[in-house]
Design a protein around this ligand. Structure first.
Ligand SMILES: [Zn+2]
Length: 535
């Protein structure tokens, strides 16, 4: 049975505007203003982690303790506005900032190097009297009041393994890290560290973790995973500040610390930049949950909004989740990862955010659109490469029907066909493909299977969307798909390229096998049914 479907366009009123050129101009003006202010006030280019909260380097607030997996079937609210203020993260270096120089670097070359590399003087007698023990590693000496445990004692090994990973990611010759050594303080009872002189008066209040020079402090956590995560997060800051000279603006610095703090540790092997596959893998991490709750409460944050997040906003935990999401998305996306990784070359540049905008200017619209899809469909195990949209502007269909192939193991794919305004098209889909391979293959046809639903529609069913070319506002049309199934008649209200995919979780594309053939025929006006026409 054929149905007439009208593809609705989203009104732009009240939705964020995605107009990089105009914003870009505004940014340029503001950057000039910032530069002028810098000259006026005699600010120097940053030497270290800029745009921090006054008086401190890294603070982390607590995360929720349990994941509350919720369906995100409903279309989200879109945030009402993009802030007019665009650059809040121009590198700056406030006076009195505790984290302004890589303390102790290259100040020691002998056996005293480790002690000289830190500001805190360790008194073994006081330490022992306070019940604090020392765990030694190549790149970190960890002081803790926690007892011997299988999850605590290997922490220096975890840190040492991370150094090699950081070197690889930031392309630092590992030979240069030979003398790099931190002191870390893993705290269960703060009073013990105060008594032992390992928690100095000038440390600002912090809830979870803090990094300054070649020292990191972090409180014990309720999960082994999140304790390691905090150590690696603060370690990433220390590494970037020391070897790159800065961490860059807050969104980037915290994003990379989150990206490189999110890890997998198993059988003494460490993998950084790990995209969690399941919530049980990362207890108390909670980033995905935070983003879902933020979206339900205040709508989707645009990329620009995340980049605009100022240092003071990082007194809450939510911006850490969004910064992680931006970094994980850009770093994991085949079209964007090289440009994202190149940003590390600009961390000491006051025009860092200008470089960011410059490098993504040509495809900013696509980037924001894919960002929307990523956030709207964010799940544990999200397969960023397979979900990467295959963009291609469509061409009008001649009188002859055309057949296009839809890969079942990919996200949205352009059909290469442009549907014209007010014209009806008949789509007929055929094919038999595999949706899963656990225990036994799940076979499926374009009308999907009804034993399992995804986002309110049968799993595996063929979906379609008409994506207008050119400037775009509001929510992506690809976030508003319609069912095609075995066959469908489409009449578009606006011209655009037909995109197709099957309905499946962004975490479960890899085990799909096969393809769908879709025959697309332009209907003449005499063949166009009139009953059921919605537009
Ligand atoms: Zn941080």
């Amino acid at each position: 049975m054929q149905h007439m479907i009208r593809f609705l366009t989203v009104p732009s009123a009240g939705h964020p505007r995605f107009t990089p050129p105009a914003r870009y101009s505004k940014l340029a003006v503001q950057l000039v203003c910032c530069a002028i202010l810098s000259v006026t006030w005699g600010c120097r280019p940053p030497q270290n982690h800029e745009d921090r909260v006054p008086g401190g380097s890294e603070r982390h607030t607590s995360l929720s303790t349990t994941e509350n997996e919720r369906s995100v079937n409903q279309l989200p609210k879109v945030s009402p506005q993009v802030r007019s203020k665009s650059i809040t993260n121009v590198p700056q270096n406030s006076a009195g900032q505790a984290d302004t120089s890589p303390a102790g670097t290259a100040r020691g070359s002998d056996s005293n190097h480790h002690l000289q590399a830190t500001n805190t003087v360790v008194n073994p007698q006081l330490m022992s009297a306070a019940g604090i023990r020392k765990l030694g590693g190549k790149h970190i000496t960890l002081y803790t009041d926690l007892p011997h445990q299988p999850s605590i004692d290997p922490l220096p090994s975890v840190f040492d393994a991370a150094v090699a990973e950081w070197c690889r990611y930031f392309q630092i010759d590992i030979q240069k890290t030979a003398d790099w050594h931190l002191h870390g303080y893993l705290i269960q009872n703060k009073d013990r560290f105060i008594t032992a002189g390992l928690f100095s008066d000038d440390l600002p209040p912090f809830l979870h973790g803090f990094q300054r020079g070649s020292e990191i402090w972090f409180y014990d956590q309720k999960s082994d995973y999140y304790r390691r995560h905090l150590m690696l997060h603060e370690g990433t800051h220390a590494f970037m500040n020391h070897f790159l000279g800065s961490g860059g603006p807050s969104w980037y610095s915290e994003g990379l610390a989150e990206l490189l703090g999110t890890h997998h540790w198993e059988e003494a092997r460490l993998a950084l930049r790990h995209f969690p596959q399941h919530r049980d893998e990362v207890p108390y991490w909670g980033r995905i949950k935070i983003i879902r709750e933020d979206m339900a409460h205040s709508g989707l944050r645009s990329l620009q909004q995340v980049v605009d997040t100022g240092a003071r906003d990082y007194l809450k935990v939510n911006p850490y989740a969004w910064s992680w999401a931006v970094s994980a998305f850009l770093d994991g996306h085949p079209a964007y990862c090289h440009r994202f990784r190149a940003l590390q070359n600009y961390v000491t540049d006051p025009l860092f955010s200008q470089h960011f905008l410059d490098s993504f200017q040509t495809d900013w619209n696509q980037l924001e659109e894919e960002w929307q899809l990523f956030i709207l469909n964010l799940v544990y195990g999200y397969d960023i490469p397979r979900e990467a949209v295959i963009f291609q502007p469509g061409k009008p269909l001649s009188k002859q029907p055309a057949t296009v192939i839809v890969k079942t193991d990919r996200g949205w794919q352009s059909s290469g066909i442009r549907l014209e305004t007010g014209v009806s098209y008949h789509l007929q889909a055929t094919g038999r493909y595999q949706l899963a391979n656990q225990l036994q293959p799940w076979w499926c046809e374009p009308n999907g299977v009804t034993i399992r639903y995804h986002q309110g529609k049968p799993l595996g069913i063929l979906l379609g969307s008409i994506r207008p070319e050119g400037e775009r506002t509001g929510l992506s049309q690809l976030a508003q798909s319609k069912i095609i199934g075995l066959q469908q008649t489409l009449t578009s209200q606006t011209a655009g390229t037909l995109y197709l995919r099957i309905n499946d979780s962004a975490a479960e594309l890899a085990d799909n096998l096969g393809e769908v053939k879709v025959r697309i025929q332009r209907l003449t006006s005499s063949k166009t049914p009139t009953s059921g026409k919605l537009n």
